[in-house]
Design a protein. Structure first.
Length: 295
């Protein structure tokens, strides 16, 4: 990956920003892109990097936003002539504006790892923070600045030394998918009973946190909690939230589908916004709008 994109990816990971990594894997002449060219695509349609000229870029932008919406990787084939589009995991788009070459671009969504906040200073807390990244989670010590609405899990492992109830109540009320309390079964029942929550909300708290694998040591207990969180991730059926899927418009010149985002080429004609895949289509339309409106 080019250094400038590698640096950008590092920043995106820190800010937990979802994006699509696009990489050209096939380029038939004549195309301006070549195998190995890369770009990053964001939910607003912004593209950083290069994976093709303006016509191809419009298609990549549209399909990249779609990939962010469903979270599924896709092999995008952009062809100058119509082709069958029947393979699972591959999408073929007819782009009549291409100069004659064909592009295949692998689009891979990169989503932030589920964020897990750990409350309490204990050996189990330390083991969770150490083991969590290997299981695909981003672990952090609890801080009041953490946004619970974007947090996957809150685990309370204070062993009664701090006020546990307020955080448990806040996490459940905020809809955090996994809320766990590290405690014995007896103490956990007592703590949950004190919570100012409905019976169903109380029942959603995992206590004792973790799957029953006979764990006794801090490392094994942490492993059991991570396993239960992996199970919780698999059970979440709602689609990934990377922003709403954008609307599209048809380029009146070439009939391509164009995402209606500010990054796409568009212009106003008699109070109506018209969207284009490339400057050439805009130029052709501007020269004689009536001919395309009547087509």
């Amino acid at each position: 990956m080019p250094k400038i994109l590698a640096s950008r990816v590092a920043d995106l990971q820190k800010s937990r920003t979802p994006y699509v990594h696009a990489r050209v894997v096939l380029a038939e002449k004549p195309t301006s892109a070549k195998p190995g060219d890369e770009a990053l695509i964001f939910s607003d349609g912004t593209i950083e990097g290069f994976v093709g000229g303006s016509c191809a870029e419009s298609t990549v932008r549209s399909q990249g936003i779609s990939v962010l919406g469903d979270g599924q990787a896709l092999l995008l084939r952009i062809a100058p002539m119509p082709e069958p589009d029947t393979q699972i995991g591959k999408r073929t788009v007819h782009n009549p504006c291409l100069s004659g070459g064909t592009l295949e671009i692998f689009l891979e969504p990169v989503m932030p790892a589920p964020l897990v906040a750990i409350f309490g200073d204990s050996p189990i807390s330390g083991s969770l923070i150490k083991q969590g990244p290997g299981a695909g989670f981003e672990m952090t010590e609890w801080d009041s600045s953490i946004d619970l609405s974007s947090t996957f899990a809150v685990i309370v492992a204070a062993h009664g030394r701090d006020d546990e109830t307020m955080l448990l109540e806040a996490a459940v009320t905020a809809g955090v998918p996994y809320v766990g309390l590290v405690a014995s079964r007896k103490r956990g029942t007592a703590v949950i009973e004190m919570l100012n929550l409905t019976p169903d909300q109380k029942a959603s708290v995992h206590s004792p946190a973790g799957l029953d694998i006979g764990a006794r040591t801090p490392d094994h207990i942490a492993l059991s909690i991570l396993a239960e969180m992996v199970q919780a991730v698999a059970n979440i059926i709602e689609p990934r939230k990377a922003g709403p899927v954008c609307e599209t418009s048809i380029d009146p010149v070439c009939n391509m589908s164009v995402p209606m985002v500010k990054e796409s080429i568009h212009a106003d004609f008699d109070g109506t916004t018209v969207w284009f895949c490339a400057p050439g289509c805009l130029k052709a339309y501007s020269a004689n709008p009536e001919s395309f409106q009547s087509a």
